[in-house]
Design a protein around this ligand. Sequence first.
Ligand code: FES
Length: 129
Amino acid sequence: MQVLLSKLKRRSLLKLLWLAPFAALYKYLIPKVKKENFISVPLAALPFKGAYLIKDKHTGIIKNNEGIKVFSISCTHLGCVLNVENDKFICPCHGSVFDLEGSVLKGPALKPLKHLEYKIENENIIVYI
Ligand code: FES
């Protein structure tokens, strides 16, 4: 009886160990978007063509002929909040410049701006931050 019980425990343990790598992979493969952290902006509030910045949420929404793009407007150098001037994101801290696609035009920042997930729902743009 005890042998049977110990085999069952060992078998259960082996099943759990077999699942462990998948649990670890799941953690890294599934995007970490917290759906409760979002901002909602009426589509009517967006300029016909240009940038809409929500500086306290470090979020920029760009609307142009190609559609809508949403970025984190935290500078990828050291995190200052970017401004928009002449169709460019400008960092007031050390002068990095990004185009409206989020690509670096001038350093010291090296990485492009992070795109944020969004969806359009009931005439609002919902941005996950
Ligand atoms: S924080 Fe933007 S360039 Fe340094």
